[in-house]
Design a protein around this ligand. Structure first.
Ligand SMILES: Nc1nc2c(ncn2[C@@H]2O[C@H](COP(=O)(O)OP(=O)(O)OP(=O)(O)O)[C@@H](O)[C@H]2O)c(=O)[nH]1
Ligand SMILES: [Mg+2]
Length: 317
């Protein structure tokens, strides 16, 4: 906690979403893609589910694991580990282990990341220890990467291919001319052992069970900002930071004190960053703070870690 921050005694202890309709931003938790993924499962030996380490519990689609992937080995990769404090890693592992005994934390932006290096060795071990059913005679391993949008599925694919095949970029193999689209395309990921990945990562819909988890997911960029609204996202961020006494934002935004009033904070950002709207009035043009653009600026600063490393699901540990 920064000592020079005057803590207001009237910070909110609960986040009140403006309207009950807020949950309409979010799609249902089952979707068409699920069916397609289910059909592809027969050709897969292991599922690698990627999720964002800042929200290890929020938004994960448990249906997939329990209803669809079933008996296949299932590894949970919590990516973007560089955006959380390392003290949270063992706590998350401990909390999640009954559901996912195999969790790997990765930073796909680091070419020498130990987590990325451990993905295939673990997958190979789990596949060898498992019953391969219809794929028992195959010598290669086939994995399917799944996860909600923007958690780093492509980054992980590229990091793995880079590491093992020294290839940059793993542009998904499109349907070649003359080959029907129903043919399953595989991308080679590793030579020894021979690992393939189904050509497109499976995109799951985030499972949003309440407004707060929806807002956490939105702040982590897994739901498009404009669908949710930057102001409510900024307000939730402010609420969370104050509640957890993370006051780095005060200095980062050049404020004199912490505040729990989002309009005050956004007006301050608009003023200091000169985000102003020219509004025509009867007396000519007047300048007003551009609250929307200030909210985007605040969210961007959070994503650039200017407010510190935040693990939103702290309360669920
Ligand atoms: N800080 C950090 N950012 C990452 C990491 N991995 C990926 N990113 C960033 O996260 C964003 C999304 O990465 P992608 O790999 O495109 O994610 P995706 O899951 O393939 O996204 P969709 O295909 O849109 O569902 C990009 O801006 C990446 O640069 C990581 O380990 N740490
Ligand atoms: Mg992608």
């Amino acid at each position: 906690m920064a000592h020079n921050v005057k803590i207001a005694s009237n910070f909110r202890s609960k986040f009140q979403a403006i309207s009950k309709d807020t949950l309409h931003w979010f799609p249902g938790h089952m979707n068409k893609g699920m069916k397609q993924m289910q059909q592809k499962l027969r050709s897969v030996d292991c599922i690698i589910e990627v999720h964002d380490a800042r929200v290890p519990f929020s938004g994960r689609n448990a249906d997939f694991k329990y209803r669809i992937s079933g008996i296949k080995p299932h590894i949970l990769v919590l990516n973007k580990v560089d955006t959380i404090e390392s003290k949270h890693i063992p706590l998350i592992k401990d909390k999640i282990k009954s559901e996912f005994p195999h969790v790997i934390f990765t930073n796909c932006k680091n070419h020498r990341d130990k987590g990325v290096s451990s993905v295939f060795p673990l997958a190979q071990k789990l596949i060898n220890d498992s019953e391969r059913y219809n794929r028992a005679n195959e010598e290669d391993f086939c994995i399917m990467i799944i996860g909600i949008p923007n958690v780093g599925k492509s980054s992980l694919t590229n990091a793995l291919r880079n590491k093992y095949l020294h290839k940059s970029g793993a542009s998904a193999v499109g349907a070649s001319p003359g080959i029907t689209r129903s043919v399953l395309h595989k991308i080679k990921m590793c030579e020894k052992p021979l690992f393939y990945m189904l050509d497109t990562p499976g995109i799951l819909c985030p499972n949003v069970d309440n407004t707060e988890s929806g807002l956490r997911l939105a702040l982590c960029n897994t739901i498009q900002d404009h669908l949710v609204g930057p102001e409510i996202m900024a307000d939730y961020l402010l609420y969370w930071l104050n509640k957890h006494e993370r006051f780095k934002y005060v200095k980062a935004l050049g404020m004199s004190d912490a505040s729990d009033n989002i309009l005050e904070v956004l007006a301050h950002i608009a003023k200091t960053e000169k985000k102003l709207l020219k509004i025509k009035s009867t007396e000519g043009y007047v300048l007003k703070p551009d609250i929307n653009s200030a909210a985007y600026s605040m969210i961007k600063k959070f994503r650039n870690l200017e407010f510190g490393k935040i693990m939103f699901d702290e309360d669920l540990l």
